[in-house]
Write a protein that binds this ligand. Structure first.
Ligand code: SAM
Length: 276
């Protein structure tokens, strides 16, 4: 336990709320690292205080990463450098991937200490299919770009996961309802914290629930997969496809109709081939 750590880069996941979720191995690595690259030293100082450790810290965030990275890589050749973010797993909607990329290119040993991440925690709470899911991080803030990103996500035949903040939740749920149609969804808030809450329902129900009263805290939205083509009604699918096929190739027509009706693209494409 007291042996010096081998030089290299250590990716350390930290709690997303409850400090007791810090793993013993994560605590051990943090207590022994020669240097910890942090997003915000005040946040990590509290974590170090929790485990009774004091280690040198260096800020590594979106605004200084390009400038700081080469020096960090050089230090990893002879020292143990840990990377943490303010909460959860580094690199997941947080800085770090370029650090790992450059460390690998420099022949530095990279070790990960897995642990909490809000995307996985929310999937365990939602009660929606988890065999296939796609993670989109934060959607763009502007309405047009947001709708375009949602249209792109619509044809994925699995659950969809988005990070969001309280003030934007209502608008984002409304955009998801408009872009994905009637799907089951969950809003997981303040996971592992005092006011933890998971609300489930259709996108329309959740959009209505949060339209007037934006909740506080950190949020993950999970949306279930598109319903089977039968659910939309074959006549509705055929009518939409006929219209789209008069303007577009079968592949593009299928993508448009699948997004419009919240259906799996593959099934709609097969029907488009039959109709053509
Ligand atoms: N690296 C982190 C991870 O592994 O989950 C994510 C960092 S990202 C900058 C922060 C976002 O993650 C928040 O805006 C929220 O969407 C989500 N998040 C983090 N902690 C959360 C929690 N306790 N409950 C719900 N969502 C959380």
């Amino acid at each position: 336990m007291d042996d010096a750590l081998q030089p290299g880069l250590y990716i350390v996941a930290t709690p997303i709320g409850n400090l007791s979720d810090l793993s013993p191995r994560a605590a051990d690595i943090l207590a022994r690292a020669d240097l910890i690259a942090v997003e915000d030293s005040r946040v990590t100082a509290k974590l170090l205080q929790h485990i009774g450790a004091r280690r040198p810290m260096l800020a590594y965030h979106d605004h200084n990463a390009d400038r700081v990275r080469p020096g960090l890589i050089a230090r990893m050749a002879r020292e143990a450098v840990a990377l943490v973010s303010d909460a959860g797993t580094p690199l997941i909607s947080d800085p770090g991937y370029k650090l790992v990329r450059d460390a690998r290119a420099a022949g530095i040993a990279v070790t990960t200490i897995p642990g909490p991440s809000a995307v996985i925690a929310a999937l365990t709470l939602a009660g929606l299919p988890t065999d296939r899911f796609a993670f989109f991080g934060f959607l763009p803030a502007k309405a047009g770009a947001k709708a375009a990103a949602i249209a792109e996500a619509a044809s994925f035949e699995g659950s969809l996961v988005f990070y969001e903040s309280g003030p934007r939740l209502g608008a984002t749920l409304a955009a998801l309802r408009d872009g994905l149609g009637e799907r089951e969804a969950a809003v997981a808030r303040e996971i592992s914290k005092r006011f933890e809450e998971t609300a489930t329902g259709t996108l329309a129900e959740l959009a209505a629930r949060y339209a007037e009263a934006p909740p506080k805290g950190e949020i993950v939205i999970v949306v279930g997969p598109p319903a089977a083509a039968a659910a939309a009604g074959e006549a509705e699918v055929d009518a939409a496809l006929r219209d789209a096929l008069s303007r577009l190739s079968p592949s593009r027509a299928a993508a448009e109709v699948a997004a419009q009706l919240g259906l799996p693209k593959r099934a709609v494409y097969e029907r488009a081939q039959q109709l053509k």
